[in-house]
Design a protein around this ligand. Structure first.
Ligand SMILES: [Fe+2]
Length: 244
């Protein structure tokens, strides 16, 4: 009767799994409906409608070195990424629901999502690391961490400025590798390309032309000076992982 014992054993295993499943699903706040074909888990309200809201950065208006015209244009552009992130996700969810995942439309939207999403998120990091006064805290953990990775704060800044000065348009990003704790400056050519896996964005500088040309023309160096005068180092320090 070995098969019966195995069957009973499996039954117990199923019972435990089911209890565990019910317990977990209770934690997740899902409603379960038992039926002949199995368990149906209706989509929660959160799943049905998950949209990103554009953030308000009007507090930056009047910032020294940045005209309101430039900033307002930049906010509008950012809002476009938020809108398109939501549109892309809605369209992808609809195609998934209709079983049209094998279509070119699905594939291209999936590719585009990374660009729209990162366009949104990178601008949020950028605006949020602006609006500060007073410079970096010389005795703070960020200066210490930068010195560990680059030898000194000054060497890091030199490398960051060099990265942001490269020909072309994109982003200069100081990343912290969450595994090693190492700080590395990266050049990001397009929003969705070149980000290090496992990297935490610490400081982000937008060097697309829309970020400075209205005020500075081709003088990217002058824009960078204004950027450094307005970095919100308190916000930037919050992004540094404490455990590394
Ligand atoms: Fe931008």
């Amino acid at each position: 009767m070995k098969w019966l014992k195995e069957r009973e054993g499996n039954k117990e295993l199923f019972s435990l799994n089911r209890r565990r499943f019910l317990s977990l699903s209770g934690i997740l706040g899902l409603t379960l409906i038992s039926g002949k074909s199995g368990i149906t888990v209706p989509r929660t309200q959160k799943e049905q409608k998950m949209t990103y809201q554009g953030k308000d950065y009007n507090r930056l208006l009047g910032m020294e070195g940045f005209s309101d015209t430039l900033l307002k244009n930049h906010f509008t552009l950012y809002q476009g990424y938020v809108t398109n992130t939501n549109k892309s996700m809605d369209a992808l969810n609809q195609l998934l629901k209709e079983g049209k995942t094998g279509t070119m439309e699905y594939a291209e939207l999936k590719r585009r999502l990374g660009w729209e999403f990162n366009g949104m998120r990178l601008h949020e990091y950028y605006f949020e690391n602006l609006g500060g006064k007073g410079g970096i805290h010389q005795g703070g953990k960020l200066v210490r961490k930068l010195a560990e990775s680059f030898g000194s704060y000054e060497t890091w800044e030199k490398d960051f400025r060099a990265t942001a000065s490269m020909r072309g348009i994109g982003w200069a990003v100081l990343y912290q590798d969450i595994f090693s704790g190492q700080f590395i400056n990266f050049w990001i050519n397009e929003h969705d390309v070149g980000h290090p896996a496992g990297g935490m964005p610490i400081l982000i500088l937008d060097v697309f032309e829309h970020a400075f040309m209205i005020d500075y023309g081709l003088k990217r160096g002058d824009y960078m000076e204004a950027f450094f005068r307005n970095i919100n180092w308190t916000e930037v320090e919050k992004r540094v992982l404490l455990h590394k």
